[in-house]
Design a protein around this ligand. Sequence first.
Ligand SMILES: NC(=O)c1ccc[n+]([C@@H]2O[C@H](COP(=O)([O-])OP(=O)(O)OC[C@H]3O[C@@H](n4cnc5c(N)ncnc54)[C@H](O)[C@@H]3O)[C@@H](O)[C@H]2O)c1
Ligand SMILES: [Zn+2]
Ligand SMILES: [Zn+2]
Length: 374
Amino acid sequence: MKAVVYHGPMDVRVDDKPKPKIEHQEDIVLKVTRTTICGSDLHLYHGNVKGMEPGQTLGHEFAGVVEQVGDSVDEVKAGDRVVIPFNISCGRCWFCRHQFWSQCDRSNPKGELGAVYGYGQMMGGYDGGQAEYVRVPYANTDPLKIPDNVSDDQALFLTDVLATGYFGADIANVQPGDDVAVFGAGPVGYFSAMSSLLRGAARVFVVDHWPTRLDKVAKIGAEPINFDKEDPVERIKKEAMGKGAVCIDAVGYEAVGHHSHDASSNPAYIPQNSLQVINWIVQVAHKFSTVGIPGVYMTEFANFPFGQFFQRELQIKMGQCPVKLYNEQLLHLIEVGRIDPTQLISHRMKLDEAKRAYDIFDKKGEATKIVLTP
Ligand SMILES: NC(=O)c1ccc[n+]([C@@H]2O[C@H](COP(=O)([O-])OP(=O)(O)OC[C@H]3O[C@@H](n4cnc5c(N)ncnc54)[C@H](O)[C@@H]3O)[C@@H](O)[C@H]2O)c1
Ligand SMILES: [Zn+2]
Ligand SMILES: [Zn+2]
């Protein structure tokens, strides 16, 4: 079968690999119908994830049709259309029983963290779903059935970015009437903004510097702020009732730095500045608020502004989204037509074109989300 395989930094290829088999009685083999590239795949692509070895199939965002089921699987059957959370959760350990789905204690035999598809040895070493087929373990727990009136495209983002965006708004405790500042207009920022509005936010500002991405968030009712053209701290402080906003960091450690606000400079060449968003947030988050951080941070930073967080009495909530906590209810919002996640899709490409798709998504620019079809 065809699979998108990691060969090293900036080097992904579509290779021929053996089709996966049932290895355990609770496995299914899924025929993938849709998959997509995530900002988290870019950390792998940039060679920043420890334990990512050449040869692993990439991809933790996918939906498909159940092809084969293990002997003890009774929650799904061959032919069912399902979408799979990116976290692999056993359903029975202490963490799963307490709905801490992203920190399953059994799914990752290689480490302490909960397992994730296609994310290297540190996250369990499972092959991912940017492929024609993928093995899905714990199939009595993880798959979410897609109803007939919802398309695969509509359900696909329940695998991660829609749930993670909602998680951002949830951990930041967005309440009706809040003014919210979302940093990052990538897929996670887009759905954090949508979710903040769903939860009743009064105004939602979204900070980024890619016009195409900012235009997309404006279409759902958020207010874009281009940090190449204006100072986001000044603007948010002025507009959010003078007291600041509830903040969501949907960027993470690959944040690029603030620069001269010279609109002619090319955003692609601004250097990485991992704490840029944190340093903005510590100024604009309203005192006593909770900062939600779905954006990924993988290492420690000695210059993290800990003192300012203490003085302004800011709380921080962060981590990997426990997708199963949210995906059923978000599916219902899609089913009844309250939200349409497909508006985020900018490109539809064949799995064969994955190399080019990674390059396009990595450059951001025109791409908001790329859907790949095997
Ligand atoms: N917590 C989770 O479970 C989870 C799940 C999915 C993704 N993520 C993480 O969320 C982050 C975003 O994911 P994505 O798919 O939207 O990625 P993405 O790379 O497509 O988007 C990131 C956006 O941040 C913008 N950005 C960079 N520096 C900025 C700055 N200083 N201020 C404002 N915006 C800035 C970029 O221009 C880009 O549009 C990544 O770190 C990803 O790994 C976390
Ligand atoms: Zn993802
Ligand atoms: Zn578990």
